[in-house]
Design a protein. Structure first.
Length: 468
């Protein structure tokens, strides 16, 4: 599977609950418009110390099918300087230099066109001047990640079938949609998107679970979700639509006191404009606290128990089953879950499934392969659609978690992984792990993924598109 550019495809448009949730559930950004400089320049080694030398390119990435200006910095540039993009040291017409403008002996500006079939890879940038060449090795990444906003964020938490992306900055919740762009929703965190409408769910930072809704006139309103009996705080974490269109929102409702509380997994329902009181899902035996992390169209829930690395799945509010990993997503038919499992002190991507004969859950998670393979197991599966395309992160060959796609086949007695994990291109990041995260995927093809990628010390909202 190869990744192509994600062009805008739709024109439609945490008080961290007095509980252990905020610490336990935290998870965790394509090319800019031609006039935008994104991120800081990234230093690279120079192959030719004599004559011209290339130290950096800014921006240090470019999207397929775009024409952009790239500032190339270094030394020894002359008025005759010409920039050339090299793939593994060889000039390649897929990245064509339209012009090179001399600015000074330390700077030129190259106008380049990246065609739609350019290899997604790290490219060298060469400056030729005075009969000598200077090369910045791996100075530029050709990417399929499309930057949606230049607003730095802390985390992208999900995406929906409309291409909307939700998450939070260091202060506020946000939603991005193609019609209005980046929208600051106010305090505190958005954790889920409505699968079929432009809406987000999370918490306001003062103990209220909240739904942010966009009205027909484009304005934004919010609603507080009802409290369960003896509630001291609530948080919404996931959303799904039933076959009849009923909206389900899962999360946590804490009971007790502000100093000593126990989390309860809950699900709210909305029909029309009214919200039901939350349905409380029962604790598994021996469990004294739990919260819901994911819900599907059948009202089945996956969650975490006792603030530990143990999870649970509820086929109904009264029927919990303990599982060893932590589920982040459950498919619509309730046959497969994906999430994370602790292995050797690190979290790794994993899945588990319902037996096709007994209908019981296989409670021991199976690890998903990582980009790096057996040498590094870290990462996590974040979301999945009904075609069993799974997205999340996995460890790459550099030891950093990177946005990853897996495809599972469940046509037999147990799921199998189809092919190898697909590493999604990023924004030429040299930052801290994860360098990119895929947090959500659409249900309909061509599949569109929402997530984030690190660029120049900032995390940006991005989108990828998979081929049909």
């Amino acid at each position: 599977m190869t990744v192509r550019d994600a062009t805008p495809f739709i024109r439609r448009t945490t008080w961290a609950v007095l509980l252990l949730y905020a610490a336990a559930c935290g998870r965790e950004t394509t090319s800019p418009p031609p006039s935008v400089q994104v991120g800081s320049a990234i230093a690279v080694s120079a192959k030719a110390p004599a004559g011209p030398a290339v130290s950096s390119a800014n921006p240090s990435f470019g999207d397929l099918g775009t024409t952009i200006d790239v500032q190339v910095l270094g030394s020894g540039f002359g008025a005759d300087a010409q920039a050339t993009w090299l793939l593994h040291g060889v000039a390649n017409g897929h990245v064509h230099t339209n012009s090179t403008t001399f600015v000074s002996s330390t700077e030129v500006v190259a106008n380049i066109t990246i065609d739609n079939t350019a290899p997604l890879d790290l490219w060298d940038v060469q400056i030729s001047t005075g009969g000598k060449n200077g090369v910045g090795s791996d100075a530029f990444e050709v990417t399929s990640a499309q930057v949606l906003s230049l607003q730095p964020v802390v985390s992208v938490e999900g995406a929906n079938n409309l291409g909307d992306v939700v998450g939070y900055t260091d202060k506020d919740a946000f939603i991005y949609d193609d019609a209005t762009g980046f929208v600051d929703l106010g305090p505190h965190q958005a954790r889920a998107a409505d699968p079929a409408a432009t809406a987000a769910f999370g918490a306001d930072g003062t103990g209220n679970a909240i739904a942010w809704m966009r009205a027909l006139d484009g304005t934004w309103t919010h609603q507080f979700l009802p409290a369960a009996p003896n509630s001291v705080g609530r948080f919404a974490t996931s959303a799904a639509r039933m076959a009849d269109g009923t909206l389900l929102v899962a999360g946590v409702d804490a009971t007790g006191s502000s100093r000593s509380s126990n989390n309860r997994p809950v699900v709210w329902r909305q029909s029309g404009s009214s919200w039901s009181a939350p349905t409380i899902y029962a604790y598994p035996p021996g469990v004294t606290a739990a919260f819901a992390r994911t819900v599907n169209a059948l009202g089945e829930v996956g969650g975490q128990v006792n603030a530990s690395t143990t999870g649970a799945v509820w086929d109904s509010p009264t029927n919990p089953v303990l599982v060893d990993p932590l589920p982040n997503a459950i498919n619509s038919s309730g046959t497969l879950m994906v999430g994370v499992k602790t292995v050797g002190g690190v979290t790794a991507p994993a899945y588990w499934w319902r037996d096709v004969v007994t209908q019981a859950w296989h409670t021991t998670g199976v690890l998903l392969p990582t980009i790096a393979g057996a040498s590094c197991a870290s990462g996590g599966a974040r979301a999945m659609n009904d075609a069993l395309v799974v997205v999340g992160t996995s460890c790459n060959n550099g030891g950093k978690d990177q946005a990853t796609v897996w495809h599972l086949d469940f046509s037999g007695a147990s799921p199998t992984v189809v092919g190898s994990p697909l590493a999604l291109s990023g924004l030429h990041s040299t930052g801290t792990s994860p360098i990119s995260v895929a947090a959500g995927i659409s249900q309909t093809a061509p599949y569109v993924l929402g997530g984030s990628a690190e660029s120049g010390g900032s995390r940006l909202i991005v989108r990828w598109q998979l081929p049909q």
